[in-house]
Design a protein around this ligand. Structure first.
Ligand code: FAD
Ligand code: NAP
Ligand code: SF4
Length: 668
């Protein structure tokens, strides 16, 4: 049968070896690299992705020496003892028919430890450690360490290495005038600043011979001041080819750049134009990357000549069988990465093991066992939000007979509101996935069916799962029933009209989302909004950002002290804060709510009275569990299980809801 994705699934011949298709599983640190016994788990994790037919896998970054560590005791490859751990991974991938390269990552000034080194001793804005300036001798030994590390990777059975030269890490730091102020042969002219990159490539190639894949991750768009210009980047790409690199991978944006590059508001394939500019400048294959999450967009990118190969990292956390499903005509069953960062990057930055919000099995492959249930049960699931959906598909997969009820006319619960927020359209993909999986596993779905305790009892179920979610918190403010007061549900689900002057009570995730929703009057251009210069003629490819056109005046309020939005996602909170600042949202902390009346919202700010003359007050003040069914069930002696918001409303998010649903389905 002809495939829907002929370009994506065609092999890529590198001369001495051939990749089975054009998909690359991009480098991702998971935390398993440092865990005791973690390499066994990594082997299981990568092996599943290899079985899922990924063309080439790249490991998370492994340091060539201690200075290059991400943090103290991060993974490194510097001796024979470490080689044997890596062997577990390479053997598992090769046994599964895959190919794998190891990424060599020297963090330079991004290192989170006191031995950090850099071309010049300038602290990174995202680090608290001032790096030591590398002396010439130190540079030469660093080059040797890269070469030794690559050689050890070869001995460990890897098919190649990726040299990390982008995202603002050591090699990139040498290239940019922002971080390299040296006056010796490693600084000054562009030729001097790229010397480290080329000397590393030469030293590595010399150690590993010709038949070993060398990928260089080249920063094609720095997105920081004093970054490279396009002319310089093309020059370096040509040099890399001449020095024996087999494939160039695209790097977009330094970690310290204040422009989103992978979060959910970045348009799909939103940076493939950068790689396209490079096509034809070199004759070796080019890989493009960032926010590519479906086979359709990946196919389009290759078919339209934007790149030879497509790198996807998080999409392979979300679904290990991404390529296999695409190949077998089952792309409707792909669990799509929604680019939320909540369980992957946020976890890594919080020093927790990475996983995936939509696929909690990721990086836990050896723990979660999806064996058939020993006894088939008839199960009622009340509530088709993320918790109820996850429970239903996994319980049905294990052989149970599952009936899923929801009071609304569609599945998804609160995700139906989340997906309406500008930049969160990807959430629809999770609902598409669940919908198709419910059909796949023959879950009986009953919509527009608000269940009562009596109906549940009458159904004579072996197990009852309450996944009824939450209700918005009711506030006790004078005038709370005034017609100008709306809940976030009024705004997002019932499309109630919002005035020109608005106060939002509560500055959590939903408060921020509502502010974004009501200030998006017109379609915005991503590059203009964030100041990206598509010509890359300016250093770093940045220019002045366009002012968004916002007609409403918004006040966002919280009772507690401190920065609003401080508890938003570790790797995405800054984007939401910058975005609302651009939209001129007034943010007030230390607020006490006194009264709502025709005049507006009366508050105290740090003890001082203030009247906000607003037409609408939107309450986004958190939630409480919806557990109205519990009482009747307890009285009738009916056992039940609580998951998601129905269990605990505090700090509820879809990550917990889905994980809780899955874990219960595994043991029921
Ligand atoms: P819910 O999603 O609330 O689902 C409960 C379901 O139960 C509902 O469909 C309801 O109709 C049904 N129900 C209730 N009672 C009955 C009954 N008696 N009979 C039948 N059906 C019943 N989370 C994140 O992790 N990341 C985000 O970026 C994010 N963004 C959000 C943005 C917005 C605007 C909103 C509102 C929420 C967002 N969330 C986000 C939160 C996330 O959606 C919730 O944590 C998640 O939906 C909770 O899942 P749940 O299954 O517990 O409950
Ligand atoms: P939340 O994050 O807990 O925020 C609630 C807000 O209401 C806080 O600002 C809180 O600040 C305020 N508040 C709490 N009790 C109040 C009271 N009695 N009176 C007045 N104000 C009160 O909850 P949420 O915004 O409703 O979000 C719900 C969940 O959805 C969150 O757990 C979040 O993780 C998830 N979500 C995530 C995202 C995301 O992008 N990751 C987006 C949306 C939602 P003060 O107490 O200081 O006033
Ligand atoms: Fe994608 Fe979110 Fe899963 Fe990370 S946690 S892989 S961003 S869906």
């Amino acid at each position: 049968m002809p495939t829907q994705y002929p370009h994506l699934l065609s092999p890529l011949d590198l001369g001495f070896t051939t990749l089975k298709n054009r998909t690359l599983m991009g480098s991702m640190h998971t935390g398993l690299e440092e865990e005791k016994g973690g390499f066994k788990k990594l082997a299981a994790y990568f092996s599943l992705r290899a079985k899922g037919q990924v063309g080439l896998i790249v490991t998370g970054g492994i340091s060539p020496n201690k200075a290059g560590w991400v943090a103290p005791f991060s993974a490194k490859l510097t001796n024979q003892k470490e080689v044997s751990k890596h062997r577990l991974v390479t053997d598992a991938v090769h046994d599964a028919g895959g190919k794998i390269c190891m990424q060599i990552l020297h963090t330079g000034r991004y290192a989170f430890h006191p031995f950090a080194v850099a071309p010049t001793s300038i602290t990174a804005p995202i680090s608290r450690f001032k790096p030591w300036e590398l002396k010439s001798k130190g540079i030469l030994s660093t080059i040797n360490d890269f070469a030794k590390c690559a050689h050890l990777a070869q001995q460990a059975g890897y098919d190649g290495v990726e040299i990390m030269g982008s995202e603002g890490y050591l090699i990139n730091q040498f290239i940019s005038l922002k971080t390299n102020k040296r006056a010796d042969e490693w600084g000054g002219s562009y030729e001097n600043r790229i010397r480290l990159a080329l000397d590393v490539v030469d030293a590595v190639r010399q150690k590993v011979g010709k038949k070993f894949i060398l990928i260089f991750r080249l920063s094609m768009l720095d997105l920081v001041e004093k970054g490279s210009t396009w002319e310089e980047i093309v020059y370096l790409a040509k040099e890399l080819e001449a020095h024996g690199i087999n494939i160039i991978n695209t790097g977009i944006g330094w970690h310290e750049a204040r422009i989103p590059t992978i979060a959910t508001m970045v348009p799909r394939g939103g940076f493939s134009w950068v790689t396209k500019k490079m096509m034809g400048e070199v004759s070796i294959p080019l890989i493009t990357t960032n926010r590519i999450n479906t086979p359709e967009i990946a196919e389009k990118i290759i078919a339209e000549g934007h790149a030879d190969m497509v790198s996807m990292a998080r999409p392979f956390l979300a679904d290990e069988n991404f390529v296999l499903k695409a190949k077998e005509g089952k792309s409707h069953l792909i669990n799509t990465c929604i680019a939320c960062n909540q369980a992957c990057l946020d976890h890594v930055f919080e020093k927790k093991l990475a996983s995936c919000l939509v696929n909690p099995k990721a990086c836990h492959e050896t723990e979660y066992n999806f064996t058939p249930a020993s006894k088939k049960k008839k199960i009622a699931v009340i509530g088709a939000g993320p918790a109820g959906l996850a429970f239903s598909i996994y319980a049905a997969e294990r052989g149970h007979e599952v009936e899923l009820y929801d009071a609304l006319d569609k599945i998804g619960g609160q995700f139906n509101m989340a997906k309406k927020i500008p930049g969160k359209g990807e959430f629809e993909e999770t609902l598409r996935y669940f919908d198709n999986m419910l059909k796949e596993w023959n879950v009986k779905v009953f919509l527009n069916k608000k269940m009562s305790a009596e109906e549940i009892i009458a159904g004579k179920f072996d197990e009852v799962i309450l996944a009824t979610g939450v209700l918005p918190r009711k506030l006790n403010i004078v005038g709370i029933d005034h017609p100008k007061v709306l809940s976030y549900i009024d705004v997002l689900r019932h499309n109630k009209a919002v005035g020109q002057k608005v106060a939002i009570i509560g500055a959590g995730g939903i408060g921020f989302d509502v502010a974004e929703f009501i200030t998006h009057d017109v379609e915005e251009n991503f590059e203009a909004k964030w100041g990206i210069d598509k010509t890359i003629s300016s250093a770093g490819g940045i220019k002045e950002a366009a002012e968004p056109k916002v007609t409403k005046e918004i006040f966002m309020l919280q009772r507690s002290r401190g920065k609003l939005g401080a508890r938003l996602g570790k790797t995405t909170g800054w984007i939401h804060r910058i975005s609302l600042r651009k939209r001129k949202v007034n943010m007030l902390a230390l607020v006490e709510y006194k009264k709502i009346d025709d005049e507006g919202l009366h508050i105290l700010v740090d003890g001082k009275s203030k009247l906000l003359k607003v037409d609408s007050v939107i309450i986004c003040a958190g939630q409480e569990s919806l557990n109205e069914l519990q009482h009747g069930l307890i009285e009738a002696g009916q056992n039940f299980h609580l998951i998601g918001g129905a269990d605990v409303a505090k700090e509820l998010d879809a990550k917990r809801a889905i994980e809780q649903g899955m874990k219960l389905a595994l043991k029921i």
